[in-house]
Write a protein that binds this ligand. Structure first.
Ligand code: GDP
Ligand code: MN
Length: 397
């Protein structure tokens, strides 16, 4: 699960990580109020308006705008709220910006130069350890840095059993070329950042840029946090931060129905129980000359309600030319599944595409009989080969 920048920053702040402060705003009036509040806090004019969407590269797409005065701030907020933001990480149509974060300007002039670094923390599955990836070349183009000057990107592997050690934090600060107060502040920054990563069961932290301010403070200017979905059950408060507006509506619906669904771009939809069988079914569809339109694992209970939900989700895709149901009845009996399919079909009245049903396992024969006598235009099959041939037939191959 991904979080918004403002949510990520709030979490970091709780762990003692210095952040660029800000308030969210849904309207221009709220943006103005947020800016005034920030000025009361830091005594400065100058803010940055930041689109809150689940995508990086917002700066490049015009979703992050520095605003030196209130006029500019209102203009920028007005333009960004409601805009369709296209960045290198979104589709061509972009993402709708529902609200913005109005943040304090932290690039103010001072004694020393500001410097932007890159810091991320992630799980290295190959080593079974956490890894801190960092670079002196922070800012907006880390992908470019990785491609052209990969030697400027460093790794520090952290053993989760002992956590981030002091010498490691100091080594990172040293490699970033920091000294004096900034060095000390960075050690604190990275130590607290690592605690936050572990504390909330994150799978990814990306802080780009981490800023060294002109008065030698270390601040998270941007923050992207991904949480490990498998650990969300022990973070009820974090689970509530989910913004479903940022997710694909079909994925959200499938998730709520307890269906494991991944949309693909083929023409034969499938509905299967078990991930392994779903993969095999997709292979069979390919072999019969079609292309899978989705991966869909309905799990252990294929009753009428679930089958109907699954039909609904599958049929949202206009490319679908046929549906193949392939269920193995081990614990769940095939005749019950067949009844579920028949009931769901009847409840829906009709289906716009041919339906092929293959049920194998406990009570498979009864199931086939049930479907054949349902009076519905359903093609039933018992072997996988038969099912594949039926798919071929309805596709006209
Ligand atoms: P991203 O483009 O989605 O990664 O969004 P970021 O939050 O990283 O912001 C993009 C860029 O905006 C940063 O790299 C900074 O250069 C700039 N920026 C962010 N905050 C400020 C600020 O307070 N003042 C100024 N002048 N620029 C800022
Ligand atoms: Mn960024």
């Amino acid at each position: 699960m991904n979080l918004h920048e403002y949510q990520s920053k709030e979490i970091l702040a709780k762990y003692g990580v210095n952040i660029q402060r800000g308030f969210i705003a849904n309207t221009v009036e709220e943006a103005e109020a947020a800016a005034k509040k920030l000025t009361e806090m830091n005594g400065n004019e100058g803010w940055v308006v930041k689109a809150q969407v689940h995508a990086g590269g917002r700066g490049k797409g015009g979703g992050v705008k520095f605003s030196p005065n209130m006029e500019k701030l209102k203009e920028n907020a007005g333009n960004i709220i409601g805009m369709q933001l296209v960045t290198p990480q979104t589709s061509a149509e972009g993402k709708k910006v529902n609200f913005v974060l109005v943040a304090e300007d932290v690039y103010y002039p001072g004694e020393t130069e500001t410097k932007e670094f890159y810091v991320s923390i992630l799980l290295d599955r190959a080593q079974g350890k956490n890894m801190i990836v960092y670079s002196t070349e922070g800012g907006m183009d880390i992908e470019h840095v990785a491609e052209v000057t990969p030697h400027l990107i460093h790794n520090e592997v952290v053993d989760p059993c002992v956590g981030l050690q002091g010498f490691q934090a100091r080594k990172i600060a040293f490699n970033l070329g920091l000294e004096g107060a900034a060095f000390k502040d960075f050690v604190k920054f990275i130590t607290n950042l690592y605690s936050a990563y572990v504390g909330i069961d994150a799978s990814l932290f990306e802080i780009n840029p981490v800023l060294k301010t002109s008065d030698n403070k270390i601040i998270a200017v941007d923050a992207k946090v991904s949480l490990d979905d498998n650990a969300l059950f022990r973070h009820k408060d974090l689970a509530e931060l989910r913004d479903t507006r940022e997710e694909d509506p079909t994925d959200v619906e499938a998730g709520e129905a307890g269906l494991n669904f991944v949309k693909l771009d083929g023409d034969v939809a499938c509905m299967v129980n078990g991930a392994g069988l779903a993969m095999a079914t997709m292979d069979i569809i390919k072999l019969s000359g079609g292309n899978p339109a989705n991966f869909l694992d309905v799990g252990g209970t294929a009753d009428a309600e679930r089958v109907q939900k699954a039909f609904g989700i599958i049929l949202k895709d206009p490319n679908v030319k046929a549906i193949l149901i392939n269920i193995f009845g081990g614990i769940v009996r095939c005749d019950r599944v067949a009844q579920g399919v028949v009931d769901a079909y009847k409840a829906m009245g009709s289906l716009p595409v041919p339906l092929i049903v293959r049920l194998q396992g406990t009570n498979a024969v009864e199931a086939k009989e049930l479907i054949d006598h349902s009076g519905l235009p359903v093609h039933s099959a018992i072997t996988l080969e038969e099912a594949a041939n039926k798919v071929k037939e309805v596709l006209g191959h």
